[in-house]
Design a binder for this molecule. Structure first.
Ligand code: GLY
Length: 344
């Protein structure tokens, strides 16, 4: 596999879908517009809910984006593992009542195997348990053997984000190799260990989740896909963790420079270095979108992330203020994709 930088991967993805009739839109703000069910944007589809439901007309029936996202549900795990982070970039292609399962699956496979040339034998998929149509496409059109297609239940293969558009999904997994596995008998796709990594989620958005928890049918079926850029970059850069990916590593290195600590020498320092690296990305992007620290709502999320990053700075022995210096590094690394960072 050829090494690809995060910026290169982002561009390749967006261009691939532009060539297939998608309008490239800039990332939306992290602050949801007219969606009281979300504190922050945590998925590429979130800003497009009114287009899926038909409440608003999209600027094009096919759209592609790289959306800045924040998810803080797992904040306590950040730093402790190689894969948890609160900030990430999500690549996505969207169809608003236009193409459906066939194209979504065929293009995802083409992008993986022809454009970035992932080895076919490393790829596995999951589908929603009774989605025979998705099975048929993967098996008969793409040619994936039956034993590489896993049927899973609602918990794993039904995607929803607050209320609104949702549906069954099919995920593509990358096998990182035996050395990442738990070695337990039966370790396979869906195992909790690090071997089989979910990379791309293809959602067949057919339903709308109502406030009361019930589901109704949408007027037309849609496609919503989501792929974490940093996760994909770990594969293309042959590294173990999102903190080793080029764009993130530049910030990690700066934390080391400021603190005088070396990454990879002592576990407790590594945890702090990773916490600061992740949180300063979230904090910088949130601030540039106009979130201010406060004691409630998204302002509280921001305040908590700043406090956690500052505290871990003290644990590394950093005296005085340091987060602004790190923000400058975030801006430098991401201003090409997100000009608002520099403008604001
Ligand atoms: N919207 C699909 C995903 O975020 O996984």
């Amino acid at each position: 596999m050829k090494y690809m930088s995060g910026n290169e991967l982002r561009e390749k993805f967006l261009k691939f879908f532009e060539e297939r009739g998608h309008l490239r839109l800039p990332s939306a703000s992290l602050i949801p517009q007219d969606d009281p069910t979300l504190l922050l944007i945590g998925a590429g589809m979130a800003p497009f809910k009114p287009f899926f439901t038909g409440k608003m007309k999209p600027p094009s029936p096919r759209v592609t984006t790289c959306q800045k996202c924040i998810r803080t549900g797992d904040v306590e795990n950040v730093g402790k593992t190689a894969r948890h982070g609160t900030f990430f970039e999500m690549l996505g292609n969207f169809s608003f009542g236009d193409y459906f399962k066939n194209e979504a699956i065929e293009w995802a496979w083409e992008f993986f195997t022809k454009v970035i040339k992932l080895p076919v034998e490393k790829l596995y998929v999951s589908i929603y348990q009774d989605d025979d149509e998705a099975f048929d496409i993967w098996h008969n059109k793409i040619g994936l053997p039956e034993d590489r297609i896993f049927r899973m239940g609602k918990e794993d293969n039904f995607w929803e984000h607050g209320v609104g558009p949702c549906g069954p999904c099919s995920e593509i997994y990358y096998d990182k190799g035996e050395e990442y596995g738990c070695g337990k008998p039966g370790c396979t796709v869906g195992c909790d260990c690090d071997r089989y990594m979910e990379v791309w989620n293809l959602v067949f958005t057919q339903f709308c989740k109502e406030e009361d928890g019930s589901y109704s049918n949408l007027d037309h079926p849609n496609i919503d896909t989501g792929m974490g850029l940093e996760r994909l970059a770990t594969v293309m850069q042959g590294v173990n963790s999102i903190f080793d990916v080029d764009t993130v590593k530049a910030i990690r290195d700066k934390v080391c420079e400021i603190s005088g600590k070396k990454y990879g020498e002592e576990h407790k320092y590594d945890v702090s270095i990773r916490v600061i690296t992740d949180h300063v990305r979230s904090v910088t992007f949130m601030t540039s979108d106009g979130v201010m620290p406060s004691n409630e709502g998204r302002g509280y999320v921001l305040r908590r992330l700043i406090r956690r990053a500052a505290r871990h700075g003290r644990l590394l022995g950093i005296q005085g203020s340091f987060l602004a210096k790190l923000s400058a590094e975030v801006i430098e690394g991401s201003r090409a994709g997100y000009p608002e960072l520099e403008d604001k």
